[in-house]
Design a protein around this ligand. Structure first.
Ligand code: HEC
Length: 161
């Protein structure tokens, strides 16, 4: 599909050139498209599947969406210079209290050890964020916010449902 769009765009572009030139352009530009779809592609999905029950999965997704909302609330707090409010969200919505709620929602589900470690690291970074937020010092806060988001990214790169 992509390739067809690409080729027809190419045809429009080189419409003034001879047919031979068109053929060559297609030939040369065709290669990167083929390469992109190859199995050795960097987008290959080698994440580990957690294989949760439907119920645990629904609970986890809810927690995850709340995580994203918490990040939004924290950034909004920074924008409004409401540092204490942002700290409260970091602690309650991303820190250790959230872990207990997440576990309740996921029931008896078992997770790989590495997954559990990433979950703990994520809560720990959020607690550190909650601690530095009241300093109002963006030079300290922003790198800690980045580390907090960094654990979200690390886990998403390693695991899927
Ligand atoms: C310990 C692992 C882990 C951590 C930490 C983690 N996530 Fe996730 N999250 C997952 C997994 C696994 C999925 C499912 C991804 C998939 O199947 O493609 C997911 C899915 C999501 C989704 C999609 C929810 C849906 O309804 O489909 C969002 C949004 C999300 N995470 C946000 C976050 C944010 C924001 C953070 C950090 C504040 C975070 N997550 C931290 C493991 C994690």
């Amino acid at each position: 599909m992509n390739r067809i769009t690409f080729v027809s765009a190419g045809l429009g572009l080189v419409g003034l050139l001879s047919l031979t030139a068109v053929g060559e352009a297609q030939h040369e530009q065709g290669h990167p498209m083929i390469k992109e779809g190859a199995p050795t592609d960097s987008r290959q999905d080698d994440r580990v599947a957690l294989g949760l029950s439907q119920e645990a999965e629904a609970g986890m997704k809810l927690t995850m969406r709340e995580h994203l909302e918490a990040l939004q609330a924290i950034v909004a707090g920074l924008g409004r210079q409401e540092f204490e409010q942002a700290a409260k969200v970091a602690h309650e919505e991303l820190g250790f209290p959230k872990h207990h709620q997440a576990m309740q929602r996921e029931g008896v589900a078992t997770f790989p050890l590495k997954y559990h470690e990433l979950a703990m690291a994520h809560h720990q970074e959020a607690e550190s964020l909650a601690k530095v937020l009241p300093s109002k010092d963006l030079k300290t806060i922003l790198p800690q916010l980045e580390r907090t988001i960094g654990v979200c990214v690390s886990c998403h790169r390693a695991y899927k449902l």
